[in-house]
Design a protein around this ligand. Structure first.
Ligand code: KE4
Length: 431
């Protein structure tokens, strides 16, 4: 028996589903998950010694590649001074200033330990600031697992087929309203009917948890205008897009200024870090400066800050990284899109910069409903083929592919050849 199988047999005895996050269980694929031993650059290595070109990048954080030398050195060095103090540290000031310098929409920021915590807190601040209750989210967008956000969520909820989560009471969700991504007229109607009650609209500026779904022209701008018109707050959930699309994330990329933003992933460089921030007058509502309570034992942890500061500083000081990364994404996903189109394969490719997704559907994917027309069995078959050829993709259709600065063109070319061969084997391409 393979070591991964033996480990998984043990794991399921002690952890729900044998994992600490559902998507890792390969539930949608139906095979034993790979247990990873180490990672370097663009590669993962499993406990059997298997080597995989990695397109998960820890679900986004590893934009510079795994074990980037400067990041690793900064973590090791920080550890030698102690792992956690539960007190104010200089690194937290450095990190907060760095985030505000890279993202002009952030005038003030609070560090937390995950994207979920960042979103949960941002929503509380929005309600505290506006003294309103309603939060508008979009079907297929995933904002972490806090109760009020588990409504037509994306990511693992979508894959697990659990439209809402057990254990979430209607008391927690009655003030959450779900709208259709890219349907600005629907949001306008919502505001017309309850605009005065809406504390905030939270949106993934690029949907990346129903696969990758781009905002239609005018959609984000329309949300900005509606929120301003009705005195509601616009929250950009940039846990995935933050520091990925550009140094200033989606707010820079799309030239839109949200009122609050949430971050995760890249800001921790692989360490558990989240953050929320935005307009100073709103963030000054947060305890101990203001009446909105939020706290955290390991918030601003010195080792995690060291990792995040190093990664963000590299990204800030080397803007060419984004030029190369986004160009590499345009080339790779562009070639993939051309390939499936020429083959007449039942596939769609959506991408923006280094974020992309291959959907197994003939329908253009512009929202939750169209994403759900994807054939998840076909995706599972494709995933297993690619894994068998040393390529590590998201083990679920409704996730994103991530490129890193460690990926090389020749490796991506090999992946394109593999996909071409797969499509041929499936007779989607008759050469
Ligand atoms: P975390 O609590 O997982 O750090 O962040 C929650 C979150 C919030 N907002 C967005 C836009 C997110 O994508 C996420 C988490 N992303 C998923 C990937 N689809 C994390 C992977 C997982 O759940 O294991």
């Amino acid at each position: 028996m393979e070591k991964s199988q033996a480990l998984f047999q043990e794991a399921v005895k002690y952890m729900p589903g044998g994992v600490n996050s559902p998507v890792r269980a390969f539930g949608n694929i139906g095979i034993t998950p790979k247990f990873i031993e180490r990672a370097e650059g663009a590669y993962l290595y499993d406990v059997e010694g298997g080597k995989y070109l990695d397109f998960i990048c820890s679900w986004g954080p590893m934009i510079l590649g795994h074990n980037q030398k400067d990041v690793l050195d900064s973590v090791v060095k920080a550890c030698q001074n102690g792992l956690s103090f539960g007190a104010a540290t200089e690194r937290e000031v450095v990190m907060a200033k760095l985030i505000t310098q890279m993202v002009p929409a952030v005038e003030m920021v609070r560090m937390v330990n995950s994207g979920t915590e960042a979103v949960m807190s941002a929503i509380r601040v929005a309600r505290g600031y506006t003294k309103r209750k309603k939060i508008v989210k979009f079907a297929g967008c995933y904002h972490g697992h806090s109760d009020s956000m588990l409504i037509s969520a994306g990511s693992g909820v979508m894959s697990s087929g659990v439209p809402d989560s057990a254990g979430v009471t209607e008391g927690c969700t009655k003030d959450t309203v779900s709208a259709v991504y890219n349907d600005l007229s629907g949001v306008k109607e919502l505001f017309a009917s309850m605009g005065e009650e809406i504390a905030a609209v939270i949106v993934e500026p690029v949907g990346a948890n129903m696969g990758v779904v781009l905002p239609k022209k005018g959609f984000l701008e329309g949300l900005r205008e509606l929120c301003t018109q009705y005195g509601s707050l616009l929250i950009f959930d940039e846990v995935i897009t933050g520091f990925r699309l550009a140094a200033g994330g989606a707010s820079e990329y799309f030239h839109i200024t949200p009122d609050l933003l949430t971050f995760g992933k890249i800001i921790g460089a692989g360490m558990p870090v989240g953050a929320y921030g935005g307009r100073r007058d709103i963030m000054e509502m947060v305890a101990p400066a203001g009446p909105v309570y939020q706290a955290g034992t390991l918030s601003g942890n010195p080792v995690a800050m060291a990792a995040g500061i190093t990664q963000l500083t590299i990204l800030k000081e080397h803007p060419d990284i984004y030029v190369k990364l986004n160009q590499m994404g345009d080339d790779f996903y562009g070639s993939l899109k051309k390939m499936v189109q020429q083959a007449g394969a039942p596939c769609q490719v959506n991408h923006i910069g280094s974020l992309g997704c291959l959907f197994f559907t003939r329908n253009p994917v512009t929202d939750y409903e169209s994403a759900k027309t994807s054939d998840t069995d076909k995706y599972a078959d494709y995933f297993k083929y690619m894994l068998g050829h040393g390529v590590n993709l998201a083990p679920a259709q409704f996730e994103a592919m991530f490129l890193s600065a460690a990926h090389k063109k020749e490796e991506l070319d090999r992946v394109l050849e593999l996909v071409h061969k797969y499509l041929e084997n499936k007779r989607f391409i008759t050469s």
